[in-house]
Design a protein around this ligand. Structure first.
Ligand SMILES: *Cc1c(COP(=O)(O)O)cnc(C)c1O
Length: 381
């Protein structure tokens, strides 16, 4: 086949329309089916998705919920986290990780990150444990799992629960092949459209291997009712829509193929960075030996980050900072009494990192364009 090299002028951070076009013939009929059935709340589509998701995540149970944020909230509620309890988590993640702890009036306790993976540094957890500590929430940031063995060991030693925030990490694997969401007591996932498995709106999932916990999670999803109209506990409306489940059922079958596309793109960037001598100015993300990194994001650590960001955007390349502020520097967490500089590794990451497009449908020409524009920036700087 003769391929004509197209002239690239624009690379979005994500192109969901390209993905939809490729599976429209399968998605549209199942959405129509739900509409025809007028069965919108839970029901067979949700059950079908939960069974497939549990299998995919290598867990006994999976429960569809309304979002990744609600997955975290319902997980903490199921573990009966009370006001004043302390929950240890990373200083560097999407807001929901810490926000869900604070919403229950529990106290988020932050830990600095590993400079290579950007995940919570297990060596810094134990010093944060007090007699009020109840749980640890490691986040598998960008699609690579946190180092779970030492975290689980600490949890066993101090009798703590572990909730995995796997919102960015569905299908991601630890060094021994165990999947995200199957290692801790509860795993939390998000189907926000920009995640590797994205719905047509908000959605989420909790996973567990514990039957009693699964029962509590199921009741809490529907106002704590069991049976209907008899409330053992106070829950909420944390249900996953049947329409979302119908879409996710189709998309889950493509997930491994899409993940492979992201990994190929990451390989291409890694190689392209070396070939252009870009290592003088930027560092590619590191994959830990034996792990399966699913590249929800491809995160560069770069010099002159803010100038590079502006330059890329001027050249119509979508890029983003995940995340510009660590939790200790968020205004809403001032009451916790942290100060700037308390988490130097995370704060340095917040100043130096940048996400570039990694979605599976990227063409070779688009990837070369991204790398060439980065090179142009540093050569002229
Ligand atoms: C996306 C995300 C969430 C929240 O998921 P929503 O579905 O948007 O509520 C939580 N934690 C992390 C790490 C995330 O990336």
């Amino acid at each position: 086949m003769c391929q004509i090299e197209e002239k690239i002028t624009h690379v979005p951070l994500l192109d969901l329309k390209a993905q939809y076009r490729s599976i429209k013939h399968e998605i549209d009929p199942v959405v129509q089916e739900v509409i025809e059935s007028q069965y919108f709340i839970l029901g067979p589509k949700v059950k079908e998705f939960e069974d497939a998701a549990a299998k995919y995540c290598q867990t006994e149970y999976a429960l569809g919920v309304s979002s990744g944020t609600d997955a975290l909230l319902i997980a903490l509620m199921a573990l009966d986290i009370q006001p004043g309890d302390e929950v240890i988590t990373t200083a560097y993640s999407f807001f929901a990780t810490a926000g869900s702890i604070a919403r229950l009036h529990a106290k988020p306790v932050f830990v600095d990150i590993d400079p290579v993976t950007f995940n919570i540094d297990p060596a810094k957890i134990e010093e944060k444990i007090t007699d009020k500590t109840r749980a640890i929430i490691p986040v598998h940031l960008y699609g690579q799992m946190a180092d779970m063995d030492p975290i689980m060991e600490i949890a066993r030693k101090y009798n703590l629960y572990v909730i995995e925030d796997a919102a960015q990490a569905i299908g991601s694997e630890y060094k021994d092949g165990r999947r995200a969401g199957s290692v801790g007591h509860i795993g939390c996932f998000s189907f926000f459209p920009s995640k590797n498995l994205g719905g047509f709106g908000d959605g989420g999932l909790v996973t567990t291997n514990d039957q009693a916990l699964f029962a509590r999670l199921s009741y809490l999803r529907n106002h704590g009712a069991h049976p209907k109209y008899y409330h053992k506990m106070i829950g909420g409306n944390f249900r996953l829509d049947a329409l979302q489940a119908a879409v996710l059922n189709v998309k889950l079958r493509y997930l491994d193929q899409w993940t492979a596309g992201r990994q190929r793109n990451a390989d291409f960037y890694d190689k392209g960075i070396k070939e252009r001598g870009l290592e003088r100015w930027i560092a590619a993300p590191q994959r830990k030996e034996g792990y399966r990194h699913i590249f929800n994001q491809y995160i560069l650590r770069v010099q002159k980050r803010d100038e590079l960001l502006q330059f890329l955007r001027e050249h119509n390349i979508g890029c983003e900072i995940y995340y510009p502020l660590t939790f200790n520097n968020q205004e809403c967490f001032r009451y916790l009494g942290y100060k700037e500089g308390d988490f130097p590794v995370a704060e340095k990451a917040a100043r130096e990192t940048l996400a570039v497009p990694i979605y599976p449908e990227l063409t070779e020409a688009q990837k070369n364009y991204v790398l060439d524009v980065i090179l142009k920036f540093y050569e002229q700087a």
